[in-house]
Design a protein around this ligand. Structure first.
Ligand SMILES: [Zn+2]
Ligand SMILES: [Zn+2]
Length: 180
């Protein structure tokens, strides 16, 4: 985000919350908010304007922006999952043959070396499948688990979800032949 993009937002906030505008303050706010997305800041500002009447501190604006981004990330992930579940109703299919959408790959040592250096007998072990981040089926089960726990993502989690979702959605488009 650039200062030119941010400034109208600052001005809108000042007008809506009857706060005197200052170029210096706008610069300071910008320097502490510039890592956030314009969409997130706008959504955060809307929440501030609608629910409070005092001028937000930087941290309060950041908090509302992060919360708005988390909600948007959840909504976008929910849409991807719904699209996956809809297709799954019509046909049983798996996205990743390596892990069967469990996120884990089972291996047998010594056929596949487990990495232990001391002499040991044959055993099974699991490794994390690299598909996890972009596998719609795995993400769907993760989301069901999260819904079951009923917990909201932290802003850090939300950022990861957003990145993951963007990758997953593009993978999903490729897999489902262009269907959103
Ligand atoms: Zn996999
Ligand atoms: Zn072993």
């Amino acid at each position: 985000m650039t200062f030119l993009e941010f400034k109208p937002l600052y001005q809108e906030a000042a007008v809506a919350l009857s706060h005197p505008e200052s170029q210096e303050e706008a610069r300071v706010y910008f320097s502490h908010l510039r890592d956030l997305s314009l969409t997130g800041l706008r959504a955060g500002l809307n929440a501030l304007i609608q629910h409070s009447s005092y001028w937000p501190k930087v941290a309060e604006w950041r908090f509302e922006a992060a919360r708005a981004e988390a909600r948007a990330a959840q909504a976008s992930q929910a849409a991807m999952i719904a699209s996956y579940e809809a297709r799954r109703e019509h046909e049983r299919f798996i996205v990743c043959v390596d892990c069967q959408d469990t996120g884990w790959i089972f291996q047998n040592c010594p056929e596949t070396d487990c990495g232990r250096r001391h002499t040991h007998g044959p055993h099974r072990y699991v490794v994390i499948c690299p598909c996890r981040d972009t596998n719609a089926a795995y993400q769907a089960s993760l989301a069901r688990e999260r819904a079951r726990r009923g917990s909201d993502p932290t802003p850090e989690e939300a950022r990861k979800i957003r990145e993951r979702t963007e990758r997953a959605v593009s993978d999903w488009r490729r897999l489902s032949g262009g269907q959103p």
